[in-house]
Ligand binder design. Structure first.
Ligand code: PLP
Length: 218
């Protein structure tokens, strides 16, 4: 059996119940992704719309497709056709573009708000204290539903350094849940990558995005 198949099996089998894996597949070819799917991957995360379109045309919708990279408004039209979830909502303008394109194809798109939890300049996502504003700003869009938060955290050699940023994102997630207790759609917290997903799960993540630990070094 192959490396990818074995590593995927191991990771999937060790996830606590209620936590789902998104295999981060940027730069990976279809044959590699198919091995991961054979081993139990049910969702894959792509960073670029065009790369996802190409793979989608071969793999199709036997898996869920998550967009985990930054999305430009002018790509919304193509993104809504491929993806089952957009994890990187970071502006009202982008939400508006997604809403418009989803309406055209009669789709309601699950989205997560990306939080720039370490408040790093030049980094994608909204600052922690702007999450509520964005949530209010998109409330009128009937063709997207905001289902939670995603964060990258600062990229560090020592994954333990990321823990406070996961904690902080969980706090924002919980505060919003407390504000809208009847919103049963508010349920996803996407945090953690190959080096940090175990820490992220300890801090409340229920979606983890793992690439290198499945496929090897890019
Ligand atoms: C590449 C990527 C991951 C996975 O990173 P690995 O370190 O390869 O596990 C997770 N999330 C996002 C947004 C990514 O771009």
């Amino acid at each position: 059996m192959s490396f990818i198949f074995d590593t995927t099996k191991k990771i999937v089998s060790q996830l606590p119940s209620g936590v789902s894996l998104v295999a981060a597949t940027k730069t990976r070819v279809v044959a590699e992704i198919e091995e991961a799917i054979a081993a139990g991957v049910a969702a894959i995360g792509e960073n670029y719309v065009q790369e996802a379109q190409e793979k989608f045309s071969v793999i199709g919708n036997k898996v869920k497709w998550h967009l985990i990279g930054h999305l430009q408004k002018n790509k919304a039209k193509f993104a809504v056709k491929v993806f089952d979830m957009i994890e990187t909502l970071d502006s009202v303008e982008l939400a508006g573009a997604l809403n418009k394109e989803c309406k055209k194809i009669n789709k309601i798109m699950p989205v997560l708000i990306e939080v720039n939890s370490a408040c790093e300049p030049q980094k994608a996502g909204v600052l922690p204290d702007r999450v509520q504003d964005l949530l209010c700003g998109v409330a009128c869009f009937g063709n997207i539903k905001v289902m939670g938060l995603m964060t990258m955290g600062p990229l560090m050699d020592e994954p333990e350094v990321m823990r406070p940023f996961f904690k902080k994102t969980k706090e924002i997630f919980d505060a919003i849940r407390a504000d809208y207790p009847s919103n049963e759609e508010w349920k996803y917290l996407s945090m953690g990558m190959s080096d940090s997903y175990k820490i992220a799960i300890e801090e409340g993540a229920n979606i983890v995005r793992v690439g290198t630990a499945i496929f090897g070094r890019r």
